[in-house]
Ligand binder design. Sequence first.
Ligand SMILES: Nc1ncnc2c1ncn2[C@@H]1O[C@H](COP(=O)(O)OP(=O)(O)OP(=O)(O)O)[C@@H](O)[C@H]1O
Length: 222
Amino acid sequence: MPVFPIPFDSVPAQPPLLRVDGLHWRAPFDGAEPLFAGLQLHAGAGVLGVIGDEGRGKSALLRLIAGELRPDAGRIQIGAPTDPVDAAALRERLFWCDPQSERHDGLVARDYLAMQRQGRPGWSEAALAAQLDGFALHEHLDKRLEMLSTGTRRKLRLAAALASGATLVLLDDPGAALDARSQRHLAETLRRHQEVPAGQLIVVTGHDDRLMPAAAPRLSLD
Ligand SMILES: Nc1ncnc2c1ncn2[C@@H]1O[C@H](COP(=O)(O)OP(=O)(O)OP(=O)(O)O)[C@@H](O)[C@H]1O
């Protein structure tokens, strides 16, 4: 297992939207190696790729950033240091697109989207429409999530993430289980976002950087 520190500044000229300082974490089971030992990561608006083989800690890093896992040591800050830290403010700032989640599977797709829209002042109907077109989701909007294929469910979650307007969007292995057309659409969406990031950071994990815009910075966990 790799052990860091990695000094990493994706776009040093911009104010960071994500700061990870001195992150230490190991999985809570006997014999687990530390996955992060002093990770430093400051990233500004745009796309950040987190690349690594199986088990390198890509999902764990996103869960640590999302607050689902507790760091053993270190600080994680989303947005400016002066931003409020209550749950509503965090919801505005963060969209965590967890592909493993089954939380919303009983909802009809358009109700899932309506629920995700709540409490997100940056939500964009235009961005949502572009994602529904790009991922060919219109015909699925009246179905419950549990009736959808794995790929379609993932596309629906990605559409919500990309419409959310959250300051920080975390996409865990978004290319997995996507058809070729959807992969092209996602790569194009990320490329455009890298060109015009509009104050938003999208963190994308993957085993390789196929989906990443050429200009986007990468953090390798290998
Ligand atoms: N929520 C968790 N609780 C306990 N251990 C975890 C948790 N998430 C990950 N781990 C452990 O951390 C290690 C890294 O797993 P992780 O899923 O982050 O890797 P990954 O790079 O995302 O791999 P993959 O490409 O296979 O998804 C594994 O040993 C895993 O068992």
